[in-house]
Design a protein around this ligand. Structure first.
Ligand code: SUG
Length: 448
């Protein structure tokens, strides 16, 4: 049976703004308080989805969340009508209002970890929503994420959903941003590669000194257990703590994998040789031939990787077996990175082509092409069981761009977040969106 990697991209929500909320994420910190353009952000993301669909890749869309999250503000003690909750938060605790307005659910690589049916004990596709508990503004995403994923992948015969791990730092889980799957074919058993930043319970693992390590070994192990993965089908590796301290807050900022290939920076991991040998041996047992492409620090520094988001690219398999890299415009703007990419594609290796996308609105918050998508490997039967409303088509692209044009503002600054009218605009837009995508009631304002 034919199998596919389907990329579900996060649709940018109407409150996209630069809140400076992510300590350890260089772009989020340095663009804090700039005014944003939610309309442009959503259209940039949709343009990428359309382009991939037109190139023949399977493409889906994942809905944004209700923001401001009034229910979250109520849990923090703000009371009254919805408008009063927002006004009181704006007056007494602006940082909490800003956090409750973040459109961060757009970075759906952090929505969940997904294991395809070929890897799991019960032969279903497993999803674990990420608790994202390193940052308050992200920790409020998972309940709605679970409902949205449940509405997209509803058929229990094929899909199993797990709630987010316990919401404590010891089980800090950032989802697929720290997870890659290697395989010979998407429909065959593969090797799931979990990258963690620190161990919560074992002091032998070093930890970064400056910035937080968001993903723990124990969280990755729990996800592997929940999904019913076999020991032979899993490899754990530690991120180099010193790159976390240079702004690599997720592994997908320094490495990307697909099929039998890992594309990574020389400084990305600890004990790299041991890790590569284990990947090779385990993928070999699945009939695969593991290949790695190491980018040397002499050609691209960690700083250049963080600035350009070279590794936050989408590595896609083409029909002829070669690969294509989807990179952000910032890669073309960095001379060393661009030169490296030219030499990579002309070297006769596996990666033959680079396509550049303008995702500046998302990039300014530290979200590149790979952050914006959640990969789900599905066979033909499973793909047919996905809610068809979320699969990208030319008509859906048209409907969504018109929906964005109708409902999104083209400028948002911190003061605008205090405007109760923004909440009404968002709810009106999202109510319509759930009908467009045929999701049913998934948002707190639709349920409560
Ligand atoms: O969690 N930025 C996100 C970016 C997530 C990128 N995802 C992956 N690498 N997969 C984060 O740090 C910034 C929000 C703000 O500052 O307004 C933010 O949440």
């Amino acid at each position: 049976m034919k199998s596919y990697e389907v990329n579900f991209d996060g649709l940018v929500g109407p409150t996209h703004n630069y809140g400076g909320l992510s300590y350890g994420n260089v772009a989020s910190q340095s663009n804090s308080q700039q005014s944003s353009n939610p309309k442009e952000a959503a259209l940039q993301g949709l343009a990428k989805m359309k382009a991939l669909m037109e190139m023949g890749f399977q493409q889906g869309v994942l809905a944004p969340q209700e923001r401001p999250d009034v229910a979250a503000l109520r849990r923090l003690g703000f009371a009254g009508s919805d408008a009063q909750v927002i006004e009181r938060a704006a007056k007494d605790a602006m940082p909490l209002l800003v956090a409750s307005c973040s459109a961060s659910s757009m970075w759906v690589a952090n929505a969940a970890t997904v294991s395809p049916s070929a890897d799991t004990a019960d032969g279903r596709v497993h999803f674990t929503a990420a608790n994202l508990n390193c940052k308050y503004h992200r920790s409020i995403e998972h309940p709605t994420t679970s409902r949205v994923l449940g509405a997209m992948f509803a058929d229990q015969k094929h899909f199993a959903h797990h709630a987010a791990l316990p919401a404590v730092a010891q089980f800090g889980d950032e989802g697929a941003a720290n997870h890659t799957r290697f395989c010979r074919d998407y429909g065959q058993a593969g090797v799931e590669f979990f990258v963690f930043g620190r161990s919560a319970f074992d002091t032998r693992y070093p930890a970064p000194q400056k910035y937080p390590a968001r993903q723990t070994l124990e969280a990755s192990q729990a996800v592997a257990r929940l999904h019913g993965l076999s020991d032979d089908g899993v490899v754990y590796a530690q991120q180099n703590p010193s790159v976390i301290d240079q702004g690599v807050f997720h592994n997908d900022v320094i490495a990307v994998g697909n099929g039998e290939v890992l594309f990574y920076h020389e400084d990305a991991f600890l004990e790299t040789d041991k890790m590569l040998a284990e990947l090779q041996a385990k993928l070999g047992k699945c009939g695969g031939n593991f290949q790695s492409i190491c980018v040397p620090r002499s050609q691209v520094s960690v700083e250049d990787a963080v600035r350009s988001y070279l590794f936050n690219s989408q590595l896609l398999s083409r029909a002829d077996g070669s690969m294509l890299l989807i990179v952000p415009e910032e890669c073309r703007g960095n001379e060393r990175v661009w030169q490296y990419l030219q030499s990579l594609t002309s070297s006769g290796g596996l990666i033959r082509e680079v396509k550049v996308f303008d995702l500046k609105q998302s990039m300014q918050n530290g979200g590149g092409p790979a952050c914006l998508r959640l990969r789900v490997a599905l066979n033909q039967t499973e793909l047919a069981a996905v809610n068809p409303g979320v699969i990208m088509t030319a008509p859906l692209y048209g409907t969504l761009t018109q929906w964005v044009d109708r409902h999104y503002r083209d400028r948002l600054s911190e003061n605008d977040l205090a405007d109760p009218q923004l909440l009404l605009e968002c709810r009106t837009a999202l109510d319509e969106l759930t009908q467009i995508l045929k999701l049913g009631a998934v948002y707190p304002f639709q349920i409560n």
